[in-house]
Ligand binder design. Structure first.
Ligand code: TYM
Length: 329
């Protein structure tokens, strides 16, 4: 079992990233060989400045270390491992325009102005496929929003193997957290919690101080009704459903068990309990993060060491892909 996952370097990590992905990454370190990386090349398709990109890469690496990613895993930034980009170019001969045109992330991010969108936004999932396939990864822990990109990766792997008559790329399995596949914005229960939401009140950042966490849950949008005794009864109450999901994922409980505890109570009681729980779980991560941010050189060194380990694993696969397509290198 070789586990791999990545995260775009576009800003602070938030509760959605933590519950949808990172919490699983930390837990998986005992289950197989793990590689985790900062997708700094993918961030070139967004709008952050060069200085922000540099700073964010180190800050996010520090956040992963603070969350519990340790030496059992290979932690690195994508730009330091050129094998990703080289395999990406080879796979661009395999991926099909029609496949990429169907990607909902492309459609959402490009919006109506497709002609003005960067080409990299369109080919983004091919680089993601290369990230995974260059390590012959078998399992990829992600949130539900990345499921489609994983299906595309499997299509690319299968077509490459067939077209070139090789058995090079295993078809990777997405591992989607059952507890928190999709954490929604605190301001709008129909939009996912996201770094790109202009309102900071829509998300809990892993760097937020305790009082800010408490304030964000206090101000979170809800409805006036008390909590029911069954999770199914929350189907039409997106904001309430989201807060119960967050509580359950943080407490390692089922949403149903949370409702059995809080049934009949209103948000006046539930929100402070949720804020206390979030502070208890996220506070220690934030405290470790603050300490690591004081020693950025050590974080930079951890990334450099990780890249050496990653390249040793990626190079032989790239070589086999180059041979399969007949490149002389
Ligand atoms: P990114 O940076 O958008 O998100 C990182 C991880 O966090 C999950 N996530 C969420 N989960 C639940 N609720 C949310 N609101 C939420 N927001 C984000 C995402 O599903 C993801 O698992 N394309 C990837 C980065 C990437 C990658 C890869 C992942 C590049 N190459 C190879 C896996 C394998 C992305 O944009 O993640």
């Amino acid at each position: 079992m070789r586990i791999l996952s990545g995260i775009q370097t576009t800003g602070n990590l938030h509760l959605g990233n933590y519950l949808g992905a990172i919490k699983q990454w930390v837990a998986m370190q005992d289950q197989g060989e793990c590689l985790f990386f900062l997708a700094d090349l993918h961030s070139l398709t967004g709008s952050i400045s060069p200085a922000e990109r540099t700073a964010t890469t180190l800050e996010m690496a520090a956040t992963l270390l603070a969350s519990g990613i340790d030496d059992r895993s290979v932690l690195f930034n994508q730009a330091r491992v050129p094998e990703h980009s080289e395999l990406c170019w080879i796979l661009q001969g395999t991926a099909r325009m029609g496949w990429l045109n169907r990607m909902t992330q492309w459609k959402d991010k490009a919006g109506k102005n497709r002609d003005g969108a960067p080409v990299g936004l369109f080919t983004y999932p091919v680089l993601q496929a290369a990230d995974i396939l260059v390590y012959q990864a078998t399992h990829v822990p992600v949130g539900e929003d990345q499921k489609q990109h994983l299906e595309l990766t499997r299509d690319i792997a299968e077509k490459f193997n067939t077209d070139f008559g090789v058995d090079l790329f295993p078809l990777p399995e997405p591992l989607i957290s059952k507890a928190a596949p999709r954490i929604m914005s605190l301001r709008d229960g129909t939009a996912k919690m996201s770094k790109s939401d202009p309102s900071d009140m829509s998300r809990v950042n892993l760097i937020d101080p305790d009082d800010v966490i408490a304030q964000k849950f206090k101000k979170a949008r809800t409805d006036p009704d008390p909590l029911p005794d069954s999770f199914d009864a929350l189907a039409e109450r997106a904001e309430a459903r989201n807060l119960v999901t967050i509580y359950a994922a943080l407490a390692d409980m089922s949403p149903q068990a949370v409702l059995e505890q809080f049934a009949g109570q209103g948000f006046g009681a539930f929100k402070p309990a949720l804020a206390d729980l979030a502070i208890a779980k996220l506070g220690p991560i934030r405290d470790r993060l603050v300490r690591l941010l004081d020693d950025k050189a050590a974080v930079g060194q951890a990334l450099a060491d990780g890249a050496v380990r990653a390249r040793a694993l990626a190079a032989p696969t790239l070589r086999k892909a180059q041979e399969a397509v007949g490149l002389q290198v």
